[in-house]
Design a binder for this molecule. Structure first.
Ligand code: COA
Length: 305
């Protein structure tokens, strides 16, 4: 028998933090971890909205919750969670509808969610069934297998592909700054912090294209260990792909990344991953031409009350 209560109506004396722990939330992805951490913090500091956050128990045992924070006329749906054995019975819908009714009574105008991945099918289904609308954040994660045939592309005439050499770090940073003016200016220290101090660092992972001995393109055959990687092992990552604006459109991006995929396969990774955004049209086109497919896209959902 379900009972829906506000935090200040809960009996039994169990601290709310423990309540959250008793509802096993699937925290297997980076996003789910972040969401749970934010919820724990707002429970600990008492900064959640007491009227709109609801707790449901089943035979006096924690069964689910919806946690909402509010500021001015804007509400933020932080987390909806239902105990695994009670899912698919409409409990999450009941919780969110209860929260929405409370928010309307309080005169809230709009509810936002945090970042939701297109792979979170239950969350996407719940939100869209309640008329929330997804707002694309543009963030894409793509992947391709490294098993079987890999694409082949030669360096265009006049260009040479190789690994970065000792002493060329500053020139690489200059090229990175030229290709990513919108991503902040790197100094040589950033190279150390982001690349050479990493556990997987090896100079030959950094591939470069040269024209008359000048660095004009790069990609890195890196590795990544995302929470929830299929077999729990790091996978290959295509990282910092950039071509000097003067040398774009002649096939350098394709040749460099073909070489990087070959290196990742040789290093034994099963898959290559990368992160990019929808507005990087040339990059998305390049990755699709190399056989990458979208793994997940990020959205934020919104409901006007
Ligand atoms: C993305 C980038 C590396 C592409 O480099 P490039 O050397 O110009 O790419 P290539 O010439 O090898 O193009 C290979 C494929 O990419 C796609 N592509 C390249 N430029 C494109 C564009 N402007 N629009 C759409 N697709 C494009 C095409 O499929 C192309 O194959 P095709 O010419 O046979 O049609 C380059 O545009 C760049 O440095 N951009 C700024 C930095 C950046 O966004 N990096 C990616 C971060 S995730």
């Amino acid at each position: 028998m379900w009972t829906l209560r506000r935090a200040d109506e809960l009996s039994g004396g169990m601290p709310l933090g423990q309540w959250l722990e008793r509802i096993p939330v699937l925290a297997s992805t980076d996003l789910a971890h972040q969401r749970c951490a934010r919820c724990k913090a707002s429970i600990e500091t008492g900064s959640f909205d007491v009227d709109a956050s609801l707790f449901v128990s089943d035979n006096d045992q924690p069964a689910g919750l919806v946690l909402v924070t509010t500021s001015a006329e804007v509400a933020h749906l932080e987390l909806v969670a239902v105990r695994t054995d009670l899912q698919r019975q409409g409990l999450a819908t009941t919780l969110v509808q209860g929260a929405l009714s409370a928010l309307r009574r309080k005169g809230m105008k709009v509810v936002h969610t945090g970042t939701v991945s297109s792979r979170e099918l239950q969350a996407v289904g719940l939100l869209t069934s309640l008329a929330f609308v997804g707002e694309g954040l543009g963030s894409l994660r793509m992947r391709r297998s490294l098993r079987g045939d890999l694409p082949i592309a030669e360096a265009p005439a006049g260009y040479h592909l190789r690994s970065l050499r000792v002493g060329e770090e500053a020139a690489w940073v200059e090229l990175r700054n030229l290709c990513f003016p919108e991503d902040g200016h790197w100094q040589l220290d950033h190279f150390r912090q982001e690349l050479s101090e990493a556990d997987c660092f090896a100079l030959d992972r950094i591939l470069v294209a040269t024209r008359q001995d000048r660095l004009v393109g790069t990609t890195i055959a890196w590795e990544v260990a995302y929470a929830g990687n299929p077999d729990g092992r790091p996978q290959g990552l295509i990282h910092w792909v950039g071509v000097d604006p003067e040398d774009r459109g002649v096939g350098l991006g394709k040749a460099l990344n073909t070489m990087a995929l070959g290196q990742l396969a040789e290093r034994g990774y099963a898959e290559a991953w990368l992160n990019t955004s929808r507005n990087r049209v040339a990059a998305v086109g390049l990755y699709e031409s190399l056989g990458f497919e979208v793994y997940r896209e990020l959205d934020r959902y919104k409901l006007t009350l």
